[in-house]
Design a protein around this ligand. Structure first.
Ligand SMILES: Cc1cc2nc3c(=O)[nH]c(=O)nc-3n(C[C@H](O)[C@H](O)[C@H](O)COP(=O)(O)O)c2cc1C
Length: 319
């Protein structure tokens, strides 16, 4: 039984601490835990609860060229096993993000992964180019899988030739580590992971939310103004585990696994399935310190199982 509430015993000398550091396509993370884009803002709001220096990386909410208002409310609804959101990728745009949020993030000793998207193929290229060489930005997560915007997003991530084009374009525009974020809304996620690897991606992340809909039975109207949203939270974890496992069979680039992680046991399951790192998402809303508990709990698991290096756990599933 793993107890992710337990902290590491201070009596254990540092030399007994297992190696937690991982490298995600050139991004050196001190431990394998980041936060999922869109569930941790731009870091500042959560810094009241979490010492950002303790995270393996901070992944920020999606950014496109221009400021974006997002969808009308209601745009989030709780359901059994998670929540359905249709925020619509609200954001300050590239310039707004660099001016207003990067100065804060630069104060920390933590890699920053910027999640990017565009309404058109060309815009994906422009945003990738705009971040190339920006001080403090360590990697780009390419969101080709958002189900709740009318343009861009999932349209790129569910068509193999579009996915190849957008990844190749972004690759040509930046030297930063590039991490396409794959859609779970495909029959063969391994195919898309392979496309990403072939087009020069340094890692892949998965899964994004699953397209979903909620209806108010009194009004018979959809609860979300956008009608359709994306399901996240504990209910999607088995889907995510399966897809991470399938993707890991197809590629040799590292995988950031996410989808319903609430505690260290969930995170360890992703790592055993084949993820080199994990991201804590919806759990941040109910427990803003969930990511730190996950870090401590993974370390505890390694100690309790006499594992010296987290790499010995990656992809160790016995099938
Ligand atoms: C409110 C909300 C906003 C999100 N915004 C983004 C986003 O801007 N870009 C993105 O790639 N994924 C976004 N996601 C998807 C998450 O990063 C993650 O892939 C997904 O929620 C699954 O993980 P979870 O079940 O742990 O939340 C968002 C998810 C939620 C719940």
């Amino acid at each position: 039984m793993i107890n992710n509430e337990m902290s590491i015993s201070p009596s254990i000398p540092p030399s007994n601490c297992p190696n937690m550091a991982v490298n995600i396509g050139g991004i050196r993370m001190k431990n394998p835990v980041t936060v999922a884009s869109g569930t941790f803002g731009y870091g500042e709001d959560y810094s009241e609860y979490v010492d950002l220096n303790e995270l393996g990386a901070v992944t920020v909410k999606g950014i496109r060229m221009e400021p974006t208002p997002g969808n009308d409310t209601p745009r989030m609804v709780e359901v059994y096993g998670g929540l359905v959101n249709a925020i619509g990728l609200q954001g300050p745009g590239v310039d707004g993000f660099i001016q207003n949020y990067m100065p804060f993030l630069r104060k920390f000793d933590v890699p920053v992964i910027v999640n990017i998207w565009g309404k058109t193929l060309e815009e994906y290229g422009e945003v990738a180019a705009a971040f190339d060489g920006v001080d403090g930005v360590d990697g780009l997560e390419l969101n080709i899988s958002c189900p709740n915007v009318k343009e861009g997003g999932i349209a790129f991530g569910t068509d193999p030739s579009m996915a190849a084009k957008v990844i190749a374009l972004a690759r040509s525009k930046t030297k930063l580590p590039l991490i396409p974020k794959l859609s779970p809304n495909v029959t063969n996620v391994a195919q898309f992971a392979k496309i990403a690897e072939d087009e020069g991606a340094d890692a892949v992340s998965l899964i994004n939310t699953l397209p979903a809909m909620v209806i108010d039975i009194e009004t018979r109207r959809p609860v979300l103004s956008n009608v359709i949203g994306g399901l996240s939270g504990p209910g999607i974890k088995p889907v995510a585990i399966k897809q991470v496992w399938e993707a890991s069979q197809a590629v040799s680039i590292p995988i950031i696994g996410m989808g319903g992680i609430r505690n260290a046991q969930d995170a360890v399951e992703f790592i055993i399935a084949g993820a080199t790192a994990v991201a804590v998402g919806t759990a941040n809303f109910t427990d803003p310190t969930a990511s730190i508990d996950v870090i401590n709990g993974i370390e505890q698991y390694l100690i309790e199982h006499d594992i010296d290096d987290v790499h010995d756990l990656i992809g160790s599933v016995v099938v």
